[in-house]
Write a protein that binds this ligand. Structure first.
Ligand code: FMN
Length: 188
C-alpha cells in the first residue's frame, strides 16, 4: 500500500548550491539554495524568495556564482542559509568563507569550495510570489585536487552535499553504481 502525502513537492536529490553575489556596498554575500538546478547544457535556474539580499543583488548585478557545498563546509553552508546579509553585515566573514572577484561576471567566487560556476543572468521573472532566475554559464572552474587523471571534474572527490528535504538533513553524494547511456544497452 502507498501512503498519500497530499500536494507536497519532494524531489530527490536536491542540490546544496551556494549562490554568491555582491551587495550594494560591494561586500560579498552568499546563500544556500536547494531549489535550483541545471536546465539544458548551458543554463542554471534558481527559485528564490523575494526578500533575500541575494535576490536584490541578482536584480542589480545581473550575475551570480554557484558553488557546490561540500562535506568539509557543512556548518558554513548551513549558516549562509540561516542568516541574511540584510541583518548580518559580516555574514561571509562570520562564516569564515573567502572570496575573490570572478574574472567573468560581476559576482564573487568563494575560494573555499572546490567547484564554482559563474553565470550571467539571461532571464528573471516573478512567478507564484517567488523570483525565478536563469543564469547562462560563462565559466566553470575547479580545484586541481578534484580532477581525475584526464583533467575532468571527479564528482567522487568533492563530497558534494545534497539536501534531504523530508528529513531536513544533508547527505553526501555517494559511490558510483553504474554507467549512464551504457548500462541500459543490456536490455536492447
Ligand atoms: C538547506 C537550505 C536550502 C535553502 N534553499 C533555498 C532556496 O532554494 N531558495 C530560497 O529562496 N531560499 C533558500 N534557503 C534560504 C536562504 O538560504 C536564506 O533565507 C538566506 O538567509 C538568504 O540570505 P540573503 O538574504 O543574504 O540572500 C535555503 C536554506 C537552507 C538552509
Amino acid at each position: 500500500m502507498k501512503k498519500n502525502f497530499g500536494a507536497k513537492a519532494v524531489i530527490t536529490p536536491l542540490p546544496v548550491l551556494i549562490i554568491a553575489t555582491y551587495n550594494e556596498d560591494g561586500t560579498a554575500d552568499a546563500m544556500n539554495a536547494a531549489w535550483g538546478g541545471q536546465c539544458g547544457g548551458k543554463h542554471i535556474a534558481l527559485n528564490l524568495g523575494m526578500s533575500h539580499a541575494t535576490t536584490e543583488n541578482i536584480k542589480r548585478n545581473n550575475a551570480f556564482t554557484v558553488s557546490f557545498a561540500d562535506k568539509k563546509h557543512i556548518v558554513e553552508s548551513d549558516y549562509v542559509g540561516l542568516v541574511s546579509a540584510k541583518t548580518e553585515k559580516d555574514k561571509l566573514a562570520k562564516a569564515g568563507l573567502h572570496t575573490e572577484k570572478s574574472e567573468f561576471v560581476n559576482a564573487p567566487v568563494i575560494t573555499d569550495y572546490p567547484v564554482t560556476i559563474e553565470c550571467k543572468v539571461v532571464s528573471m521573472r516573478e512567478e507564484f510570489g517567488e523570483f525565478r532566475v536563469v543564469g547562462e554559464v560563462v565559466n566553470l572552474s575547479a580545484d586541481e585536487n578534484v580532477l581525475d587523471e584526464n583533467g575532468n571534474i571527479d564528482i567522487g572527490k568533492i563530497d558534494a552535499l545534497v539536501y534531504d528535504s523530508p528529513a531536513h538533513a544533508y547527505r553526501v553524494v555517494g559511490e558510483k553504481v553504474g554507467n549512464a547511456f551504457k548500462d541500459g544497452n543490456a536490455l536492447k
